[in-house]
Design a protein. Structure first.
Length: 167
């Protein structure tokens, strides 16, 4: 029996859904270190945005339904809070979170995307890192792509790798 439903087990860099943007990289850092950088606020603020942007603050309640708030700061000093919840947490392997809900499963005003972050160990020091931004519709996907998804998330992946290598 065949199915038209895309598999979550996608090939690296190949979208599983029409509204996905995908970044896949081999990072020279252990999966556990990369996971820490994604889940420890004091590390998250060091790599999460490309310069000249910065992260003003980060809150992490690392469990399904737990709140995530990352406040990005523009070069002009404008704070842009990004709030959501975790949907899936598999330590050192996968994070799934969305801005479709706020804490307590309160729907957000305008959901933009769900992020699926996979850390697939290749050996003790290398990890296949896959970041999928799954958008609610084609227009949001295009908006994110036009904002510089591939360049911006690529710069952040480089920063993530550099920080993880110091742990």
């Amino acid at each position: 029996m065949s199915s038209t439903t895309p598999s979550q087990d996608v090939l690296p860099g190949v979208p599983a859904h029409a509204n996905d943007l995908v970044l896949t990289r081999e990072l020279h850092a252990p999966a556990a270190h990369l996971f820490r950088c994604w889940t420890e606020p004091e590390l998250l603020v060091k790599w999460f945005v490309p310069p000249p942007w910065s992260v003003a603050s980060a809150e992490v309640d690392l469990c399904p339904g737990g709140r995530s708030v990352i406040v990005m700061r523009s070069p002009q000093g404008e704070d842009m809070p990004n709030e959501g919840v975790y949907l899936e947490v598999i330590p050192n392997r996968r994070l799934v979170f969305t801005d479709a809900y706020r804490a307590g499963w309160v729907p957000s005003d305008k959901p933009f995307m769900t992020a699926i972050i996979d850390f697939d160990p290749l050996d003790d020091q290398r990890t296949r890192y896959t970041a999928i931004a799954r958008h609610w519709n084609a227009q949001d996907r295009k908006t994110h792509e036009d904002m510089g998804f591939h360049t911006g998330w690529g710069i952040c992946a480089d920063q993530l790798e550099a920080l993880a290598r110091t742990l």
